[in-house]
Each structure stands twice: as structure tokens, then as C-alpha cells.
Design a binder for this molecule. Structure first.
Ligand code: C5P
Length: 234
């Protein structure tokens, strides 16, 4: 067996605001490359849920950091490729953390520096052979600055709200475009203006605007970038 040192294990980071297609692209990359997958947003969502379950307020930084340090969360493989079940305190919470409310709650605990520090080593632990695909806001800037390829996905706020509306309607959840647009704008503002690890492209990131691209075109573009950057991948 060839021993590859940890620093040689490739990493692809996919950052950007919500609704740009990060999740779809990351599951495509994970399935194609058969690499490990870090859904860092799920960690912040689970933390917010655990805090709610324990009655901890969003401004109780000490209690939130302690909770983040001791968070009993597990990502269990649930099927082929990137399918995982998120388990908090032995209870499957995969669907509970996917709501708009859970996303907003996550963005309220995410600005706390001590929380981000407490979750850092947990995220770094996903960096294992044969490679890692990491989805989030600060994957390329803070958590994995050494990444092999950094992708930053963007799309207009209007297009992102439309996509989110379609996703919710496909799941039979009712929502309206105006409220969704307002929620997305509010979350973007919070994520981009916070002092700790704000949402922004890494200096060496490749920016891909998905506003007017279908998912197949985005997949093709990103597959080309991966093959160019990592020649062993055909
Ligand atoms: O990506 P997702 O929508 O699951 O993220 C939920 C929230 O968690 C984001 O709006 C952001 O506030 C926070 N987050 C973060 N850093 C990450 C991933 C997510 O601050 N790396």
C-alpha cells in the first residue's frame, strides 16, 4: 500500500451563500471521486438544535461554546455515496436540521468565535485519504486554507430564492417567494458581515456564478476544474 502523508491528501472546498447549489455539487463530487464529505453547515445546524433542546439562548456564548465542544453528533452513512444520517444524542435529526428555521438558528450561533474554535478540530478530522470534499462558508479561507482546489459558488439572490422555493414545494412544504427572499437576504447579511470567518471567497478561489446555469452545466464546469487541478483524476 502506498502511504500518502496527510498533507498530500487532496481537498476540494466549496463555499458560498445558501441556494447556490453547494449541496448538489458536493454530493456529485463525493459520489464521483468516492472521497470523504464534510457538511460543515450541518454542524452549526445541529449545534443550534442541541441548544434549543437544552433551552440555551443564542447569546449565551459560554454555554454554546461548551456545548459545541461536547456536541454528541455523528454522521452515519445512510446509503450510497454522500447519503448520511445526522444523529444528535442518538436521535436521527437529518430532516429536523434542514428547515429554514434551523438554517436561521445556525446563522445566529455561527458568529460566536469560541463556537467556531470549538468546532474546528472536528471539521479538520474529516481530512482523510483518499480525499475530502468540504461544503460551507469558510472552508477555503479558514478551515482548509491549504486546499487543492477552492470553489466559490455564487448566484443572484432572486435566483437562489426561486430555487429554494422549488425545493420546498417539491417536498410539499408551502412557502412564498417574498418571505424566502427576505430570509435569504437576512442570513447572507449576517454570514457576510460577522467578524469571525465571514462569508467571502478565498483569494485563490475559482468563482462560479450559477445564476444562469443549469445544474448539468455547473457540474461540467466543476468537473473540468477538478481534472485540470488534479491530473490523476480522469
Ligand atoms: O450551509 P448551511 O445552510 O447548512 O449553513 C447554515 C448556517 O451555518 C449558515 O447560514 C452559516 O451561518 C453557518 N455556517 C457557517 N460556517 C460554515 C457553514 C455554515 O458559519 N462553514
Amino acid at each position: 500500500m502506498i502511504n500518502v502523508s496527510e498533507s498530500e491528501v487532496p481537498i476540494i472546498t466549496v463555499d458560498g451563500p445558501s441556494g447556490t447549489g453547494k449541496g448538489t455539487i458536493c454530493s456529485y463530487l463525493t459520489d464521483w471521486l468516492q472521497w470523504n464529505f464534510l457538511d460543515s453547515g450541518a454542524l452549526y445546524r445541529v449545534l443550534a438544535l442541541a441548544a434549543k433542546n437544552r433551552g440555551i439562548n443564542n447569546d449565551d456564548e459560554v454555554a454554546l461554546a461548551t456545548l459545541a465542544e461536547n456536541l454528541n453528533v455523528e454522521f452515519r452513512i445512510a446509503g450510497a455515496g454522500s447519503l448520511v444520517n445526522v444523529v444528535l444524542d442518538d436521535k436521527v435529526v437529518t430532516d429536523d436540521i434542514r428547515t429554514e428555521e434551523a438554517g436561521n438558528a445556525a446563522s445566529l450561533v455561527a458568529p460566536i468565535i469560541a463556537v467556531r474554535e470549538a468546532l474546528l478540530s472536528r471539521q479538520k478530522a474529516f481530512h482523510k485519504a483518499p480525499g475530502l470534499v468540504a461544503d460551507g462558508r469558510d472552508m477555503g479561507t479558514v478551515v482548509f486554507p491549504q486546499a487543492t482546489l477552492k470553489i466559490y459558488l455564487t448566484a443572484s439572490a432572486e435566483e437562489r430564492a426561486k430555487r429554494r422555493l422549488k425545493q420546498l414545494m417539491d417536498k410539499g412544504i408551502s412557502a412564498n417567494l417574498r418571505d424566502l427572499s427576505a430570509d435569504i437576504a437576512e442570513r447572507d447579511e449576517r454570514d457576510s458581515t460577522r467578524a469571525a470567518s465571514p462569508l467571502k471567497p478565498a483569494e485563490d478561489a475559482v468563482i462560479v456564478d450559477t445564476s444562469s446555469l443549469g445544474i448539468d452545466a455547473v457540474v461540467e464546469k466543476i468537473s473540468d476544474l477538478v481534472k485540470k487541478r488534479i491530473p490523476e483524476i480522469k
